[in-house]
Write a protein that binds this ligand. Structure first.
Ligand code: 6AU
Length: 265
């Protein structure tokens, strides 16, 4: 089933974590990653209970959580895993390899619970090895999403920089995929063209209400993003900011899944 639905992405990509993502999406008929931007454990747990049927990965900003404790976080992650979700810490690492490796540990010990993390490549290619070394220290496997584009207005990731991120990252096994600009389908299509079939593109800046958001955020449509080559849509306020987050999550799940089927027809 996954092989049919994912087409070239499946056949080009044998990595364990990529296959896990595609299988999990197929099981839930959804390509939704929830940006779970809540600031306390009660809010996070409530959100998880409401939307888990339609969400395939949980994107966290662990340093937003005011009442964070290792115990509460461990229980939260275990619950999300029980719901068949991957856990994705949007840490946006950017330091040299050696420090990034240490930052995978520290207070939050990201390496012990995150399946995926985001990283900039501004410090050079060794950040990928540093992050992978972090997971190795606890005998876990994980994948990195490199920021090739951003959704925010006026960001400094210009074409040359983005091309270099793709050129370097597409050759590295530790790289699961790339963050693309979900607010602009032509950006995603260009990224997919440079990237080829193998690696994933996940796109933030997705909302059914397209256009400008808060503080420079910009939004594009979920269907357009997937048709342009995105393999995961990152949705925050479009789900957690709605009166009925479960209904909203289902709407994004359906839109993304139908677009994937359409893309591979
Ligand atoms: O849907 P929103 O606007 O409520 O939330 C968007 C989420 C936030 C951002 O930290 C994140 O997506 N994000 C990211 C990443 C890597 O996920 C990159 C980016 O360029 N823009 C962006 O909004 O949690």
């Amino acid at each position: 089933m996954s092989a049919d639905v994912w087409g070239a992405r499946w056949s080009a990509n044998g990595s364990l974590i990529a296959r896990r993502w595609m299988e999990a999406c197929t099981a839930k008929k959804s390509l939704v990653i929830l940006a779970a931007d809540r600031q306390d454990m009660a809010g996070l747990n409530q959100l998880l209970e409401l939307v888990h049927e339609h969400v395939v990965a949980l994107k966290t900003h662990v340093d937003l959580v005011k009442d964070w404790t290792p115990e509460a976080w461990g229980a939260f992650c275990a619950k999300a895993e029980g719901f068949g979700m991957l856990i994705f810490e949007d840490r946006k690492f950017a330091d040299i390899g050696k420090i990034s490796k240490q930052q995978m540990g520290g207070i939050y010990d990201i390496r012990s619970w995150a399946d995926l993390v985001t990283s900039h490549l501004i410090s050079g290619p060794d950040v990928v090895n540093g992050l992978q070394a972090g997971w190795e220290e606890v005998s876990r496997e994980g994948g990195i999403l490199l920021l090739a584009q951003m959704s925010s207005r006026g960001n400094l990731l210009n074409q040359d920089y983005s091309d270099e991120v793709v050129r370097i990252g597409k050759e590295q096994d530790g790289v699961f995929g790339f963050i693309g600009n979900g607010s602009e389908a032509t950006n995603i299509a260009a990224l997919r063209q440079r990237l080829g079939d193998e690696k994933m593109i996940w796109t933030p800046g997705i909302n059914l209400q397209v256009g400008d958001g808060e503080l420079g955020q910009r939004y594009g449509n979920p269907r357009d993003a997937v048709l342009a080559g995105a393999d995961g849509i990152i949705v925050g306020s479009g789900i957690h900011g709605m009166n009925d987050p479960c209904h909203a999550a289902r709407t994004y799940a359906d839109a993304s899944w139908q677009a994937l089927l359409e893309r591979n027809e």
